[in-house]
Write a protein that binds this ligand. Structure first.
Ligand code: HEC
Ligand SMILES: [Cu+2]
Length: 329
């Protein structure tokens, strides 16, 4: 509503700028309470100012707080009665609004919903698009592509501690609890990139545990999904072939998967299509070759405490490894 005029409230990580029905219900409820309480606050201040201006009492003269005649008594009864009545009506309005919002959020239509599995990790998001044909299951990290206008069922849990999945423009928070599977329905109507963030303190790098919800047309999404389901491309030249060897003969394989190679570990993000992502480190840095190099040599300097150790590589080996990673489109 009107609050959008305030700078920052219209951003891509703001519950006051809803881009789907879930967040729209929440924004309505917020605005309802905000404007009611704002009006009450202003009214109370106004009455206070009026009474201060009108009172002629001085400090050494204590007025009798009780009405002294019948007319005063009637006036007082009326004002108190009116205030109580208005308070009840306003509280009731907010109560009904709150019930309505919960009801609307709970009855979002899951029919034809696209299921996306989200797993919270310290401190990144594993994202899977399950498929009945297992080899078509897409595994990626931190960037959740969704088709616009299609209901989405986020099926979430955690691989370690409690996290909370929250893209404020899209829907309310949902806690991801280890050993417990949760489901959240949402829908994004407006194409764009909407930023989300872990909303439950989960350790040192909680603040750097963000994700992007990249909303595209159905065709663009389908195209993306088909490409992501493919294995990585084989190296086409000596430099990238050497880069792949560096990857496969270093500790990387203990933690990462590159489908189409022998690397199949799930400790860190799947790198099969790393080069198709716009950020690395859960939204920490843009995915550029320079940032990748710095990250691989010493992720600890960029995201202290993160679960990726530093790596010692010669300059030439690093260049080849980066050239290989850049081919993972
Ligand atoms: C002990 C496990 C471990 C090892 C070994 C390891 N990584 Fe990682 N890696 C991780 C984890 C965990 C993350 C996610 C960190 C985060 O965002 O908090 C990560 C993140 C990354 C990312 C960023 C991915 C993204 O989408 O954000 C790249 C690229 C990467 N690693 C490459 C490598 C390479 C190359 C090697 C070998 C030289 C390597 N890693 C070795 C665990 C490891
Ligand atoms: Cu967190």
């Amino acid at each position: 509503m009107m609050l959008l005029a305030i700078p920052g409230f219209d951003g891509n990580q703001s519950s006051l700028n809803p881009v789907g029905p879930g967040a729209a219900h929440i924004e309505f409820e917020f605005s309802l309470i905000f404007w009611i309480t704002t009006a009450v606050y202003c009214l109370v201040l106004l009455l206070l100012v009026i009474s201060v201006i009108r009172k002629k009492n001085t400090l050494d003269e204590f007025p009798d707080p009780l009405p002294t005649n019948e007319a005063d008594e009637r006036r007082m009864r009326f004002s108190v009665g009116l205030a109580v009545g208005v308070t009840v009506v306003l509280l009731f309005t907010m109560l009904v609004g709150s019930f309505e919002t919960s009801h609307a959020l709970g009855s979002m239509n899951p029919e034809n919903a696209l299921t996306i599995d989200v797993y919270g990790h310290q401190w990144w998001w594993e994202v899977q698009y399950p498929n009945n044909e297992a080899y078509k299951t897409v595994v990626t990290a931190n960037e959740i592509h969704v088709p616009a206008g299609v209901p989405i069922r986020i099926h979430g849990t955690s691989r370690d501690v409690i996290h909370s999945f929250w893209a404020p423009n899209v829907q309310g928070k949902r806690d991801l609890i280890p050993g417990y599977e949760t489901e959240a329905l949402m829908q994004v109507d407006q194409p764009g990139t909407w930023r989300g963030q872990c909303a439950e303190y989960c350790g040192e790098q909680h603040a750097h545990m963000s994700f992007l919800m990249i909303t595209e047309s159905k065709e663009q999404f389908q195209h993306w999904l088909e490409k992501q389901a493919l294995s990585s491309v084989a190296p086409a030249d000596a430099k990238t072939a050497h880069g792949q060897q560096i990857f496969l003969t270093h500790a990387c394989v203990l933690c990462h998967t590159i489908r189409g190679t022998s690397a199949g570990s799930r400790v860190g993000p799947d790198l099969t299509h790393l080069a198709s992502r716009t950020t690395i480190g859960a939204g920490l840095l843009p995915n550029t070759i320079g940032n990748l190099g710095g990250w691989i040599l010493n992720a600890q300097a960029l995201k202290p405490g993160c679960r990726m150790p530093p790596n010692q590589l010669s300059g030439a080996d690093l260049q080849d490894l980066l050239a290989y990673l850049e081919t993972l489109k």
